[in-house]
Design a protein. Structure first.
Length: 202
């Protein structure tokens, strides 16, 4: 059965439709002739074979007619898939462009804030603030998702790290945080877009 269907798929649609309607017409004609035209010697003599052949051709024609409907359904589905693929590509390109713009803004913001620290804020904060080792320890351990040791530098011993360096690191970390948030939002938007596009072809 599968090989027959594969062979039928090789027939162009226009010819397949023509063959289908021809078989339906021939089968129906033979069946009606076997019931109505009994006065013809050929029909009256071979009434049963003509009727059986008519029914058989009609059944095969009906099967082919189902194939025509199936081909139309497949063609319609392929067109929907083609449109969905195009929409998916366009949505991906648009989203990639938005992510690129957001990443550029975040990068520029981090750069400007670092420059402000270098030119103004850094000198001011370094002149008035000395970081104890405990503060640096808490920052470093927290960046690794670890708990800082309580006894580490609790006597207020100053560290070699300048406050401006810590502030620069914080600015860069915020930038990374915003960049990751933008990427997460982009993935969520991508999922929503693709879900909407591909569910539309059902």
């Amino acid at each position: 059965m599968f090989s027959i269907q594969m062979m039928l798929q090789l027939i162009p649609d226009s010819i397949f439709v023509w063959i289908t309607y021809a078989m339906l017409a021939a089968g129906l004609g033979a069946y009606v002739a076997s019931k109505v035209l009994l006065w013809l010697p050929v029909i009256s003599t071979y009434k049963l074979p003509v009727e059986l052949i008519g029914v058989a051709v009609l059944v095969v024609g009906a099967y082919f007619y189902g194939g025509v409907a199936y081909r139309e359904m497949i063609a319609e589905y392929r067109e929907k898939v083609r449109v969905a693929e195009q929409q998916s590509r366009e949505a991906n390109e648009q989203l990639a462009e938005e992510v690129k713009k957001k990443a550029k803004v975040i990068k520029e913001t981090v750069y400007v804030n670092r420059e402000i620290i270098k030119e103004v804020t850094g000198g001011q904060i370094d002149a008035t603030c000395r970081l104890p080792r405990s503060a640096v320890s808490v920052h470093d351990r927290a960046s690794q998702n670890e708990v800082a040791g309580r006894a580490e530098g609790t006597d207020g011993t100053p560290s070699e790290v300048k406050a401006s360096q810590l502030l620069t690191t914080v600015v860069e970390n915020y930038g990374s945080c915003h960049d990751n948030a933008a990427r997460l939002e982009a993935w969520q938007q991508w999922y929503r877009d693709q879900k909407r596009i591909w569910e539309s072809i059902r």
